[in-house]
Design a protein around this ligand. Structure first.
Ligand code: ACO
Length: 184
């Protein structure tokens, strides 16, 4: 599995992963807007055919080893992070430049392998290095234990506030923030 910056050619695959993994979905032009405006703030985790189906048994793994038409043929997007600078909901004049994580997700069979953490760390690094972001913000559902663990425990985001009925179905969101410290 490879983690690399997302390109315009990836937007269909990112949208596909997003549709599979989250109820918050976006039109392709919104992905395009992210990638054209902040080309280094979004990343994808990809795999080639050889390890895409993780249910294949050893016998099949042996077989595909020699089948070069199957190995390295099509890159599949198994995870992504979609990032942007300066959240529109929050652009007060006195706010320092900051990044926002619009969406992150990993396909079900590729979870708990550290991919979301890697995708997030790449985005956090370039937010600071490339876009001079001083902090990064995001929203997450109160019930989303996996994502909360990733943000709060693994990446050390702090909860800023609870936004009541933030989501369309009425669920509350935690508004979270991580101050970027390049020396860490
Ligand atoms: N329950 C508890 N902890 C979990 C879970 C879980 N289900 N899944 C992962 N974690 C923990 C891991 O153990 C790890 O903790 P550690 O640092 O203490 O070892 C940490 O979270 C990071 O794990 P990763 O393997 O990097 O996470 P993964 O690649 O599995 O992806 C994600 C996590 C993105 C939340 C995934 O479960 C997913 O795609 N969920 C559906 C989509 C989603 O909820 N996206 C986030 C929405 S919020 C937003 O987009 C801003």
């Amino acid at each position: 599995i490879t983690i690399r910056p997302a390109t315009i050619e990836d937007i269909q695959g990112m949208q596909n992963a997003n549709l599979h993994n989250l109820p918050e979905n976006y039109q392709l032009k919104y992905y395009m807007y992210h990638l054209l405006s902040w080309p280094q703030a979004s990343f994808v985790a990809t795999t080639t055919g050889s390890d895409y189906d993780d249910t294949i048994n050893d016998e099949k793994v042996q077989a595909v080893k020699y089948d070069t038409s199957y190995v390295n043929k099509h890159e599949k997007i198994v995870g992504y992070v979609l990032g942007k600078m300066d959240d529109d909901n929050d652009n007060k004049d006195d706010e320092p430049p900051h990044g926002h994580i619009t969406s992150v997700s990993v396909m079900r069979t590729y979870r708990k392998m550290g991919l979301a953490e890697k995708l997030m760390r790449q985005a956090l690094y370039t937010f600071a290095e490339v876009y001079s972001a001083q902090y990064v913000s995001l929203h997450v559902r109160k019930s989303n234990r996996a994502a909360l663990h990733l943000y709060r425990d693994t990446l050390q985001f702090e909860v800023l506030s609870i936004e009541k009925s933030y989501y369309q179905d009425g669920e509350d969101a935690y508004s979270m923030k991580l101050v970027l410290d390049l020396d860490q």
